[in-house]
Ligand binder design. Sequence first.
Ligand code: DC
Length: 222
Amino acid sequence: MTVNGVPVVAIDGPTGSGKGAISRSLAAGLGWRLLDSGALYRSVALKAGREGFGLNDPQALAAAASRMQVEFSPALDPEAAYLDGEDVTALLRTEECGAMASRIAVIPEVRKALWVRQRDFARPPGLIADGRDMGTVVFPEAELKVYLTASPEERARRRYKQLIQKGIDVSLPDLSEDIARRDERDANRVVAPLKPAEDARVLDSTVLSPYYCHAPIRFWKV
Ligand code: DC
């Protein structure tokens, strides 16, 4: 099925499952738009920190989620993000911002405000939607739903490698603990928990390189 006539591929999964890299390469290969929904939650977290809204103020957080201006320029840099006109690419990618985003993501008012914004990404010629609830809540009518996963140890190792390559100093045991905490919160929240949609194809990427993840998804899409 399409979303208002636009084909959508939903790719969900936990941190480090490889969904970001796979989504970016699929979008580039197909010439489709890309929704990195985690970047929207991270943007709300950044804005909340700057404007001093706490987790106990859902209305202010939801208003920030609706009002903030977010732009992505995947053609220039796949991760480039601008929040209210400012380049926040590096700030959004820190572990602190990810952890805060996971805490903000349990708030139903924020999810509702972002649901509307996320739906708006479905524009021709097609959309690759990357997140936690793309196939279950945001695009339940997506024509293909993939749930990408990998062992917690492998996901922590991947994340560690990415952060070290970016010059960010982290310890693998601390990172493993943070990832376990984030998995627990994302999978057990009441609204839109992280889980595969009933009609999702589950792909375990633990021993797969990005190429070998990409290939079955392209095949299912055809
Ligand atoms: O994918 P990510 O690491 O950038 O996401 C950061 C956090 O945002 C994640 O821990 C939970 C939340 N999130 C969510 O609840 N729903 C989404 N569709 C995407 C992200």
